[in-house]
Design a protein around this ligand. Sequence first.
Ligand SMILES: *[C@@H]1O[C@H](CO)[C@@H](O)[C@H](O)[C@H]1NC(C)=O
Ligand SMILES: *[C@@H]1O[C@H](CO)[C@@H](O)[C@H](O)[C@H]1NC(C)=O
Length: 463
Amino acid sequence: MVLDLKMSRIWCILFLGGWLALSQGTDNPGAIIKLDIGTIDHAVSTAVAESDILQKMAKEATKKKPNIKPIKGISGVKVKDIRPPVITLTLLPGKGLFMAVLIRMTIAGKSFIGGNLEITVASNLTANNKLLKDALGTPKFSSENCHFSLVSVKTNLPSSMLPKVLNKFLDNTLQKMLPGLLCPAVDAVLDLVNAKLSAMTSEISLGTAGTLQYALLNQPTTNETFIQLDLKTVLHQKEGDEIDLPTDELPLTSLPPKKEAATQLILSANFLSAELQVMQESFSLDITDNMVLGLPPLVTSMLGTVIPEIAGALPPSQPLVIAMREAKPPLVTITPEAGFVHFFNTAEFLVSPSGSAPESLFVLDVHSDLKARFVVKEEKLCISLALDSLAEMALASSSIGTFDVLPLKGVLANIIHVAYMPSINEALQGGIPLPNLLGIKYQQAEISMSENALVLNVPVAEA
Ligand SMILES: *[C@@H]1O[C@H](CO)[C@@H](O)[C@H](O)[C@H]1NC(C)=O
Ligand SMILES: *[C@@H]1O[C@H](CO)[C@@H](O)[C@H](O)[C@H]1NC(C)=O
C-alpha cells in the first residue's frame, strides 16, 4: 500500500529544526518582475493597435492652427493618410526607454495651378521615456525630449515645378505643425501603456480571506535587456490588519538570471507564506468518521487498539472528532529541488457521543511537511499540497493522562492524507492573483524553483 510505504518513511524523518520567527519587515520585495523589452514592445504595439490614435492625429492635423500662416499657393491642406507608425524601443541602462517612431503620412491640398498636390512625409520622432514610481507605488512612463526630424518628403509634382512653394511649405508649415501634432501622439501612446501598468496596483479580492495589492517598493531600474520592478505585496485580512511578510530569514539571494525573450516574475517564499497566513482560517477542519472512508472507523476503541496504555481511560466505543486548527501561520520553503509548505496544527481528539456535547480527550501539536506543486490557472498561481511527512508530533495536553504518542503517528498521517489534505487543497483552489500589467499572460509561464523563490518565465508574446 502506498500509505504504508509513506508511513515507514515518516518514521525516519527528523524534525526540521530551527524554524523561523516571523518578524516585521517592509523593505524586502515580496515579488520582483524583470520586464523584457519584448514584453514592453508588445504592450506598446497592442496599445497603438487598440486605440484610435492615428484617427485622432489626422483629425487634429486638419484643425486650423492660429499660429500657422496659410501657405501661399496651396489651399485646402489636409492629412489624407497616416500609415501605422513603426515604433522601435531600446533600453538605455540607467536612463529608461528610448522610443523612435517612424511616421509616414500623406498631406493633400490644391496647388496654385489648380491641380491636386500630394506630399508624402516620413518623419522620425524620438523620445526618452522614464519609468517612475508615483506616490501610490504605480509604475508610470513619462516622456521627455521629444525630438522631431523629417526623413523624406515626396510630392506628386516634379520638383522643378514647385521648388519655392514646396520649400516654404516645408520650412514654415511641416516643421512647425508636425512636432505639435506628433509629440502629443507619443504621450498618448504612453498614456495607453500607463493604463496597462496602473492596473497592477488595484486591490484584488482574495474571496472571503482578504485582499492583495501589488505596488512598487522603489524606483524601477533599467538594464540593457530589462526593467526591474521590485514589488511589495500588501496583504490585508478581511476586516483585519495588514499581514507582515516574514523577512530576513529567507532572503531573495542567488536568483536565476533572466532568460532571453521572457519576462520573469519572482515570487518570494515569504510572500507565499503571508498569502497562506491570510487564508489560515479556511484551513480549520473537524474530521469525523464519515470523512475517513477506507480507514479504520474513527471511534474511541480504535484509539485503544493503537495505544493500549490509554484503553482503560477511554469511554466505550463512541465516535471521535479530530479538530484540526492552525497553531502558527503556515511556512513556505523553496529550494531549487522542491517546494514545501509546513503546517503547524493542533489536533484535538474529542469524543462526541450522540446527544451530548463533545469532550476533549487530548491535544497534539502536529507539524506536517506538505509537498507543494505550483501551476498557473486563469492567471492565478495555484498551489496543491500533498502530505510528505509528519515531521513532529507531541502531546500538548490530555484529560486521560500522558502516554507515548508515537503509535498514533501513522494513524494520524493516514487521516490527514485522506481527510485534511483534500479540504486544504479545496481551500487553496482560489489561487493567488498575479501582478496584472502590460497584458502579461502568466498562463504560458514556465515555472521553476530557486532558493526561497518561485520563478515564472513568461515568454514574450508574438507580435
Ligand atoms: C530616428 O532617429 C533615431 C535617433 O536619432 C535613429 O537612431 C534612427 O535611425 C532614426 N530612424 C530613421 C528611420 O531615420
Ligand atoms: C542588470 O542590472 C543589475 C543591477 O540593477 C546588475 O547587477 C546586472 O548585472 C545587470 N544585468 C545585465 C545583464 O546587464
